[in-house]
Design a protein around this ligand. Sequence first.
Ligand code: CUA
Length: 157
Amino acid sequence: MHIHRLEKVWLTFGIAMLAVFLTVLGAGSFALGLTPPDNHGLHAVDPVTVSEEPPFNIPGLVQAGDKVYNAYILAYAFGFSPEIMEVPRGAEIHFYITSKDVVHGFAIPRTNVNLMAVPGEINHVAYTFDKPGEYLVLCNEYCGLLHEQMAAKIIVK
Ligand code: CUA
């Protein structure tokens, strides 16, 4: 097969640019200390037994420090445990979310809290509620017939 000289030049240029791009991307990620996502120290969970073992056997709020709390929340078809949770205003709330059946959502409108509740995995986000009041928690992943009714409430005091 005959390759024109210009084609060869462009081919070489393309491969060189690809090598440069991958090198920059790799070196950049390494320099920033980027690693693949982890479970924030929590192991993967068995969705079948998750509701029988700590910490999800007693879902809810646990104080973890001065103005720091962990909120363990279990999603299921079609609700959340706990259904109502009181949290102190101004405290850092670390949400740990998992599901014991199918994929659900965990979204708090008017905040940037928006997670997937995945069976077998624990998702985490930290949020501080600065304003007291009632916050709705919604499932925003279609999960079945009663998806629309799947909700919970957070009361900030
Ligand atoms: Cu759970 Cu939609």
